[in-house]
Design a protein around this ligand. Structure first.
Ligand code: G4P
Length: 531
């Protein structure tokens, strides 16, 4: 492939995540986006087509269905107006912030969905905090306009005050709830009318009125609403800043759209603006240099591992963000951490729960590699260069349980299952050096329940938990070999190995942790094992 064709492939890719509080409408928007997509992207292997509407629900795991929440991050690729969009769904529940954090390292932009009947909710605040750490560009969609919502001006105020980002409305709603008439697009000077047709998702027939002062507008939305709209827009144009792409790309302003995902109204407005505005695949930093997407040599990093995605396949998939170069089926990739080369001939892309083998992938794409226990979150793959992408952390867990088997003969199977689940990064497994206990640690309480269900359904193991008096676990290291040996000898009963055999210190109390840190100043105690 010529360099200019390669650059074109980069230019036509966008990679983003949808973030929201649970129930704001993330899944519905994803479904509607997929219903708007063009079919069949050329990079699939011949004969392996994706495509039925029943496959598009992205909340795919059994447990998610039971609980009605997204637990894991789903990855979906689709084509819209000639642009290949890689969409990452993020878990909506509070407990899964770590997985979400890592997912956000793999995207270049976020779509924030707000339930306009509820305003800013707790989870939205947390997610925005994470995106603000990297100034990720954010597009905002105010959803559920077919219901009684907060006053739109109040919604913008809430976003500005609580999320500390300036709002620039791109569309503006004309009433809401039963009276919802549609939205006015401030930059296209067009009104898109909301009709019952949207329930049938017939976008071609969408009724457009050109020009804010077009008398037709008075006829279709009524004289009073038309007058009110003109006044509001005139005031807004006087006080609000214009949309500025650079300020958006630097995370300083967020363009705001209004609509109803359920009625498929407004989702296309977002996508249509997203294409020219959202960044093309961005560079990523390594410990030694910045890698640009247009570099010829392939590089990528693993941000997520998912075990047993498909019980029929019983395998583990490592999700990789391609940073530079081209993945070609059958190519040799260098796994920097292990120093080994692997031949990759079966990389996958995903369409909700369906997977398709691909022959090529480009910067911005998210591909799945089959993992036989050798790939870890944070791993960098290159074509030989010693690079390590940074900022893909493993946070120290804050909650701990001891795992007890209902059938003690399953010990080996249990360890295997737990280590596989821990590779996904949602829980961490620790084995104390001087007992047979197995401790699992998590950031959120729901993970413990998820482990019980998944061990049962995926490994046929029954477990129960016992509480343990652990307040914190810290990964430890020391440059002074003699001092480290002395530390280890004195504190053996507090030492454990994690799933990757890294040594960790188990602190029964936070006071104990402070004392031990004071007593051994040469030992480094880390609460993040950063890659
Ligand atoms: P999530 O992924 O962010 O958690 O939210 P999801 O899309 O599952 O939507 C949560 C609920 O809100 C769903 O209702 C969904 O139908 C509804 N919803 C989404 N968008 C809109 C909208 O624009 N208007 C209205 N009125 N409702 C919307 P549910 O009853 O929980 O589930 P379902 O039975 O409808 O699937």
């Amino acid at each position: 492939m010529s360099h200019s064709n390669f650059l074109q492939e980069i230019m036509r890719r966008r990679t983003f995540a949808i973030i929201s509080h649970p129930d704001a409408g993330k899944t519905t928007i994803t479904e509607k986006m997929l219903s708007l997509r063009q079919q069949n992207i050329y990079i699939y292997d011949k004969g392996k087509k994706h495509d039925t509407k029943s496959q598009i629900k992205s909340d795919w795991m059994q447990i998610e269905k039971q609980r009605g929440i997204s637990i894991t991050t789903s990855v979906i690729q689709f084509l819209y107006r000639g642009i290949i969009i890689n969409l990452l769904d993020t878990p909506g529940h509070n407990d899964f912030s770590e997985d979400t954090y890592r997912t956000l390292t793999a995207v270049d932009c976020c779509l924030l969905v707000i339930d306009a009947t509820k305003g800013i909710e707790s989870r939205t605040r947390q997610l925005i905090k994470v995106t603000r750490l990297r100034n990720t560009p954010i597009i905002t969609f105010m959803n559920k306009l077919d219901r009684e919502i907060y006053d739109p001006i109040k919604l913008l105020d809430l976003v500005e005050n609580e999320l500390k980002i300036t709002c620039v409305p791109i569309t503006w709603p004309i009433s809401y709830g039963k009276e919802f008439k549609g939205v006015y697009h401030l930059y296209n000077d067009e009104t898109y009318l909301y009709t019952s047709k949207h329930y049938k998702e017939i976008l071609e027939d969408m009724y457009v009125v050109k020009g804010l002062y077009n008398p037709k507008l008075d006829k279709v939305i009524g004289i009073d609403l038309a007058k009110e709209l003109r006044n509001t827009i005139a005031i807004m144009k006087g006080v609000l800043p214009d949309f500025d792409k650079n300020m958006f790309l630097n995370g300083k302003i967020t363009p705001v759209f209004f609509g109803s995902a359920m009625c498929n109204f407004g989702v296309n407005h977002v996508l249509d603006s997203f294409i020219p505005w959202a960044p093309i695949p961005l560079p990523r930093n390594t410990k030694t240099r910045t890698v640009e997407s247009k570099e010829n040599k392939f590089t990528g990093f693993i941000f997520k591992i998912q075990a047993n995605m498909d019980l029929k396949h019983r395998d583990r998939i490592a999700f990789m963000r391609v940073v530079s170069g081209i993945y070609n089926k059958g190519m040799k990739l260098y796994q920097v951490r292990t120093g080994k080369n692997i031949i990759v001939s079966d990389a996958l892309i995903f369409m909700a729960s369906n997977r398709f083998q691909i022959t090529k992938a480009y910067p911005g794409d998210i591909i799945g590699l089959h993992n036989h226990g050798t790939i870890q979150i944070g791993d960098t793959f290159t074509q030989g260069e010693n690079l390590q992408f940074i900022n893909i952390p493993n946070f120290a867990p804050e909650l701990f349980r001891r795992v007890l088997l209902c059938n003690p003969f399953n010990q080996k199977k249990l360890v295997k299952g737990l280590i596989q689940l821990s590779e996904e990064g949602a829980i961490q497994v620790f084995r104390p050096l001087n007992t047979n206990a197995i401790i699992i640690g998590a950031i959120g309480i729901l993970q413990f329940e998820v482990v019980i269900v998944r061990l049962k359904t995926e490994y046929n193991i029954d477990i129960i938990y016992e509480s343990v008096s652990i307040s914190a676990i810290r990964w430890i290291e020391c440059n002074d070999v003699k001092k480290f040996i002395e530390f280890k000898n004195k504190n053996e009963s507090n030492l454990a190995l994690d799933a990757n055999c890294n040594l960790a210190y188990i602190a029964p109390t936070m006071v104990n942790l402070s004392l031990i840190q004071e007593r051994y100043p040469d030992v480094i105690f880390r609460n993040i094992s950063d890659h």
